[in-house]
Design a protein around this ligand. Structure first.
Ligand SMILES: [Fe+2]
Length: 183
């Protein structure tokens, strides 16, 4: 993505690298807030209402983060891509795989979803350490809240010894199976 002007003190070459990283986060956040609504609608069984209602504030937060990232891309002189097609073109992860299922199955799968989003955010934090501290500061703030919400998810999957039922799971369906079996 080429930019012809950017913020003062940043080269257009550096801005292009930052924009490319931010476009990945924009599509990840757009995917995440849609996926969270899917969970909100599909979770069933005991503790339904607690998890159904736990999800919505995070949807609002992540939608706000997508807005901040998109506006940072525009501020840097580029065009944010916010269409459904952009999400699919940008994504390096699979579509969320769990349909109507229990609280534990969804939270097990969501634990893995958050692993992916947070790991990628940390890569952008490392990249922007040299390139653009303003962008880095924004992503740091997002990551702190995403990590806190992942703790809300993990608190449902943790036993009294502090072990996660999803430990070692390498796919959403495996994590959902492990969490379901533990419940
Ligand atoms: Fe709702």
């Amino acid at each position: 993505m080429t930019v012809s002007y950017t913020v003062p003190g940043l080269s257009t070459d550096d801005a292009e690298q930052v924009v490319a990283a931010l476009q990945g986060r924009l599509s990840a956040y757009n995917d995440l807030h849609l996926t969270l609504k899917h969970v909100h609608w599909n979770v069933v069984g005991p503790h339904f209402i607690a998890v159904h209602e736990m999800i919505d504030p995070q949807v609002d937060l992540v939608r706000g983060y997508a807005d901040e990232v998109a506006e940072r891309i525009a501020t840097l002189g580029a065009s944010p891509k916010g269409t459904p097609g952009a999400i699919i073109a940008d994504r390096t992860w699979d579509d969320y795989s769990v349909g109507r299922d229990t609280v534990l199955a969804h939270l097990g799968a969501l634990d893995l979803v958050y692993n992916g989003v947070i790991e990628a955010n940390r890569e952008v934090m490392a990249l922007t350490d040299d390139l653009d501290l303003v962008t880095q500061d924004m992503i740091i703030a997002h990551t702190a809240e995403l990590e806190k919400f992942q703790w809300f998810v993990r608190a449902h999957l943790e036993d009294m010894r502090g072990r996660l039922s999803t430990a070692g799971a390498d796919s959403e369906s495996a994590a959902a199976d492990d969490a379901r079996a533990d419940g």
